[in-house]
Design a protein around this ligand. Structure first.
Ligand SMILES: [Zn+2]
Length: 311
């Protein structure tokens, strides 16, 4: 019975009864719709009677009449009997899905099985000094921690490594590990193919952030480059690329998007090869040559200049 009330499709009912309702705007709170008060003594001429979409109780902000759904239904349907049976009416107007409680239940981030067992999510307020220093040295904002769901490992196969999960359709399908000590070689390692859901030859870092309405797309080499260049950037894992990786970009980006290839300064040849191998899908492809270093070393100013350059 309680479910029948909770799941009552109040909007469909009001539609059928010809009662106008407001879903937003003045007098209408979150999770409420507003109607003109239906109680005879009320002076309301607008939408002061709010109906809660979750429990379906109501309250008028003008006359302060308040009560449960059945009280309101009686008033709208002009029913006097206290014995009136609402069940058939409630059954007639049931939502397909139970109203989803959208209270931000503190969702505990479930750790993906792909991530190393020692993986811990990083917290902005309790950053290990090694991570903090790495971000500071590269002039990266602390915001990237949450934005890219970064974590780290203290022990295990990746001791003192930052771990950047690689997402595809909101799911962690792989990860990159980055040495934080400056003492381990190679500095970057990618999740082994027998653990990842998508092997490294088929995935790029940052694809989930791409969208069809993007004006430009940056293709860069590594994690830090990608974090620096932002949402519009994707990273390979080094200078190598595969046809599958290139093809996967076309699924996410419009052909009108201007593609700017921005590899490290020592990779001019690779950048040219990449530009020639990008699918014909893209009409505007440019190589941005850096005089020295890699995109990770660029200042904010330099990055915005690169973004502004009309291709
Ligand atoms: Zn009222």
């Amino acid at each position: 019975m309680k479910k029948l009330y909770k799941n009552f499709d109040i909007k469909a009912f009001l539609d059928d009864e010809g009662v106008e309702y407001w879903e937003h705007g003045k007098n209408v709170g979150k999770d409420y719709i507003g109607i003109q008060c239906v109680f005879p003594t009320c002076t309301d001429t607008s939408n002061h009677l709010g109906i809660n979409l979750k429990h379906k109780g109501f309250k008028c902000l003008a006359c302060e009449e308040t009560g449960s759904l059945s009280v309101l239904l009686k008033q709208i349907l002009h029913i006097k009997s206290i014995w009136y049976d609402f069940i058939p009416l409630l059954q007639k107007y049931q939502l397909d899905d139970y109203y989803i409680e959208d209270k931000p239940k503190k969702k505990k981030r479930k750790k993906s099985k792909i991530l190393p067992p020692e993986f811990e999510y990083l917290k902005k307020k309790k950053l290990p000094p090694l991570v903090y220093n790495m971000l500071r040295d590269r002039k990266l904002s602390l915001r990237i921690i949450k934005k890219y769901s970064l974590g780290w490992c203290q022990f295990g196969d990746y001791p003192l490594h930052l771990i950047a999960p690689i997402f595809y359709n909101d799911e962690i399908v792989s990860y990159m590990a980055m040495d934080l000590t400056g003492k381990t070689s190679p500095k970057y390692q990618i999740c082994p193919n027998d653990v990842s859901h998508i092997i490294k030859d088929d995935i790029l870092y940052g694809v989930d952030g791409l969208s069809k309405d993007m004006e430009q797309l940056f293709i860069c080499e590594g994690l830090v480059d990608k974090w620096k260049l932002g949402k519009e950037a994707i990273a390979f894992f080094g200078k190598r690329f595969t046809a599958n990786q290139l093809y996967s970009i076309t699924e996410r980006v419009s052909p009108k998007t201007i593609v700017k290839i921005i590899l490290d300064s020592d990779a001019k040849k690779e950048a040219d090869i990449l530009s020639l191998n990008l699918p014909a899908y893209f009409k505007n492809i440019f190589v941005v040559s850096l005089k020295k270093g890699d995109p990770a070393n660029l200042s904010k100013k330099e990055i915005s200049r690169i973004k502004e350059v009309e291709a």
